[in-house]
Every structure is written in C-alpha cells, then in structure tokens.
Write a protein that binds this ligand. Structure first.
Ligand code: SF4
Ligand code: SF4
Length: 328
C-alpha cells in the first residue's frame, strides 16, 4: 500500500525522506515544482521551507531548481519577467533558498485519455521531480493540493485556459423541470429560476460545475468535461513515467487558492506536512486529516466536492487513494 508520511515538525523531513528512494535522484537536475504566490496573497509556501527541501536534495547529490509556469490571466504572473519579479519579492532568490528560480512559458503536447495537454518543457524533459504543494481551498475544484499543483500549474497558458473553461454549464431548455436546485447550489448566484424561466449570468459564473452535478434532469452539461477530471488527466500528463516525490504543506489553509489575491479566511487550523510518492494518496490523506479537524470544510465553503479530483485521479491511473499513514 502507498506510504504517506505525516510529521508536524519540519526538522523531521530528513527522516521522512528515508522512506523513499532519494538515491535515484542523485546526479539529476531536479525541478522543485511549487507556486510562489500571488500578489496580496500571504498564504503561499514560504522560502524557509523551500530552503530546507533544497538542502536535503543537495545532500542527495541532486542539482535542484525552483520551477513554476506563467498564468493565463493578466496580473503579476502573466509573463516570465513579471513572475520572476514577484518570486523575488516573496523571497524566492538563490541567496534565500540556495538554488536558481526558473519560470516556464512553453510546453510539449502530451495526450492523456484522448485529450492533449501542453506539459511545461522543464517538467517534460526531467526524469525526477520534487513537488511542494500548499493545501488550501479552491473556487473551481473545492481544494488544491498535489494534483492541482501539476494539473493546472504544470502546463502552458493555453492548456490552463482550456481546463478553466471546461466546466461552464450548457443548458437544455427542453429537459429543464425548473426545480431550482442548480440556483440553490450555485455559490456565486449566477443562476436564477422562477416558474418557467431559467436565467444564467455568465459574468458571475466561475465554471465550478456544481450546477451541472446537481441537475438530475440532464438539463445541464459541461462545455467540455468536468474540470476535476481534466485536472487529474493534466497532472498525469506531467508526471507519468517519472519519479516524483510530493510534499504537501497543511498550514495556512485558506478558503481560496494561492492564485487568488482575495483568498479569504483561514478555514482550518495548521496540521503539518505529508510526504509521499503518490499524488492521489497524498491529496486523499491531506483531505482526510483536514476532515478530522473540520468535517467537509472545502465542500461547505466552496460548494464543490474536492474528492472528485482524487476519484478521477485513481480512475485514470494517476495513483491510489488507499494509503498507509505513518506518523513520525
Ligand atoms: S437543476 Fe436542472 S432541471 Fe432543475 S432548474 Fe436547474 S437546470 Fe433546470
Ligand atoms: S458553474 Fe458554478 S458558478 Fe457557474 S453557474 Fe454553475 S454552479 Fe454557478
């Protein structure tokens, strides 16, 4: 069964790493995939933690570098230069973390489950990857962890846009019974139902797909597919046939994502760190630990079930949701 190592004190990181074969990373150039934070969002993984990871990777005779991709929307991470500047502002410099910081903008088409995902060049051309994911809520996928770190963060702008747009609802008037369930479930009040009028405000819609999932009459379908399915497929495109270690940080767990300048309040007390070689297992273990403290918190605050990305991940062979939790 997949091992997931749980520890609350980061000084236990070297002990946690002994459960996995870090020896195979020796001699490799290793991207450390992480989100280096959005402007005005204070919750991202901090340089001190990154430095600890880099120290361990160097002890294992690897040549690590911090790595992330540019984003589709205009703002402080739209271009490589903008993102480099923001990363520097957030403390991600060679002096602070002990390695170079690289931002990628181009990718290699990779097919998973019949769709093409453009995987960032630096990930595609690496055989070994280390991943650092801050676990938090997300407006479209309920939660973001290791799967989302790759599924959205490991691909080009074009693929990001396609995934973001995938879950917007398409309405079939003939099938609608005007029950109003979709309007009740929509976290952003983008749908109104009165008697025999179904009204949708695209400007208010964030494409979470919750309305589609709630409609038992098949009057709503996805533009393309469930966003969480595409996230899992995109993550698989990034990591398949590679050796990858995943470190999830369960601290500063906010309602919204690291990419959101208004990520909202902290919704769960700090829990600690998880380490695994399986993205599905580590996200499931993260969710289980969070649920022990705050039951169904992501579903409650974001109205989107985060378990879906884990189930899809397991279904397409990205990893296993069965795991053995070992506490240090
Ligand atoms: S849930 Fe479906 S059937 Fe009910 S109002 Fe919405 S679209 Fe129509
Ligand atoms: S996709 Fe989400 S935000 Fe958009 S209308 Fe449906 S429930 Fe509301």
């Amino acid at each position: 069964m997949t091992k997931v190592i749980f520890f609350t004190d980061i000084t236990k990181l070297p002990d946690a790493l002994t459960f996995f074969s870090l020896e195979s990373f020796a001699g490799k150039k290793v991207p450390v995939k992480l989100h280096m934070g959005e402007k005005n969002n204070p919750y991202f993984v901090k340089p001190d933690l990154v430095k600890d990871v880099i120290v361990e990777l160097k002890k294992a005779h690897t040549d690590p570098f911090l790595f992330d991709t540019t984003v589709a929307y205009h703002g402080s991470r739209h271009t490589k230069i903008e993102y480099q500047n923001l990363a520097k502002l957030h403390g991600f410099t060679r002096k602070n973390v002990g390695c170079d910081v690289l931002i990628d903008d181009s990718g290699v088409p990779t097919v998973v489950e019949g769709r093409t995902y453009e995987v960032a060049d630096h990930l595609k051309h690496s055989t070994h990857i280390f991943t650092l994911s801050h676990v938090k809520g997300h407006i479209q996928s309920g939660m973001g962890g290791a799967i989302k770190n790759f599924g959205m963060g490991g691909v080009t702008k074009e693929t990001k846009i396609r995934i973001h747009d995938s879950s917007y609802p398409v309405y079939q008037k003939d099938a609608c019974t005007y029950c109003g369930v979709c309007a009740e479930i929509c976290p952003f009040h983008a749908i109104k139902v009165n008697d025999d009028i179904w009204d949708y405000n695209e400007q208010k819609c964030f494409g979470c797909g919750a309305c589609v999932d709630s409609c038992s009459s098949n009057a709503l379908t996805y533009q393309d597919a469930d966003l969480q399915f595409l996230l899992a497929c995109s993550a698989k495109a990034c990591v398949q046939e590679k050796t990858v270690l995943y470190l999830n940080e369960l601290k500063r767990i906010a309602k919204g994502c690291d990419c959101d300048p208004n990520a909202g309040p902290i919704i769960c007390p700090d829990i600690g760190y998880l380490l695994s070689d399986d993205p599905v297992a580590i996200d499931k273990a993260s969710l289980d630990l969070i649920h022990k403290v705050k039951e169904n918190v992501f579903l409650k605050v974001n109205k989107v079930d985060p378990l879906k990305q884990i189930k899809y991940g397991e279904k397409i062979g990205l990893g296993s949701s069965s795991y053995e939790l070992l506490k240090l």
